[in-house]
Design a protein around this ligand. Sequence first.
Ligand code: GRF
Length: 340
Amino acid sequence: MTNIAVFASGTGSNAVNLVKAFNSGNRIHVALCLTDKENAPVIEKMKDLGVETIFFPRSVWKEEPQVILDILRSHDISVIALAGFLCFLSDEIVNAYEGKILNIHPSLLPAYGGKGMHGANVHKAVIEAGDLKSGATVHIVTSEIDAGPIVVQKEVAVLPDDTPESLEAKVHEVEYQAFPEAIMKIVASLTPPAIPKSVDDAWAEALGVPNNVPPIPKNDNINQTGPTSPTSLTGQTAPTGPTASISPTAPTSTTSMALTKEGMPPTYLVWSVIMTILCCTIPGIVAIINSAQVSSKFYQGDIEGASRASRNAEIWIIVSFVLGVISNTLYIPLALAGLF
Ligand code: GRF
């Protein structure tokens, strides 16, 4: 489980959306909300959702960043999400969580970013400029405002009758997709790696039996390194921890192996195989193909593709099961009637 903190100053619809997206699962958990506004509506909303929420006045954010860092560490926070947070983050906090602080901005950065560009100001400027599209950007926070590497960007069309308010509502809708997606990417790229299991190990685990196959000899092309800082998907520095990377001499992919099983959607491989054997073969095989794609896509950093393959595998398992039940139900009475 990866704990994240949300920093927010306003209404907090993005903060609420993150809690709803993550807190019923077992991979990412919004464990803390910090605010710089004593009466911000986000406070009550987060408390209602059971998220610990603490107000710190601006003076603490500016002059005592160590107090903030202590609270983050005491909650084992790995990633910070700025969801409408209007207070400037001190260098101590940005450096301590380098590459692990994400901000959501209501425009297609680098357009309409920087000082003074927030909320209604952005949407007003987009409409006044006559732009045909706008959108939302999630980026890594650096010491320069709205200028860090972009992680996810989503567009919306700006229509002739749009007002700053209607545009804001449209942008909010894409923000609710963009922010969880970006957080999943960062969490997947930061988690200390697990060397993917061999097929034998996966079967042994699924069947609950020990795998007596002797360990595969160490491949010289795979470098195990110590507690250094691997480069994440975004080109930012990831947290410390052992890493595995494929050296340039590796025969196939040179993709970083910083992605891990943490955060990977279920593969349903065992169910796919069971359905293929016991129920309907063809949909079962389609389920197996999709199951196999979950981990390969995930380790390539294609989180969306992995989730899609996982969902498809689930659907084909159900199809195989239903067809299997139908055909067996028809077969038994016909066999009893002596027709087979
Ligand atoms: C969002 O539009 C976000 O892009 C910006 O501030 C707004 C916060 O909205 N940084 P909410 O408080 O999450 O509703």
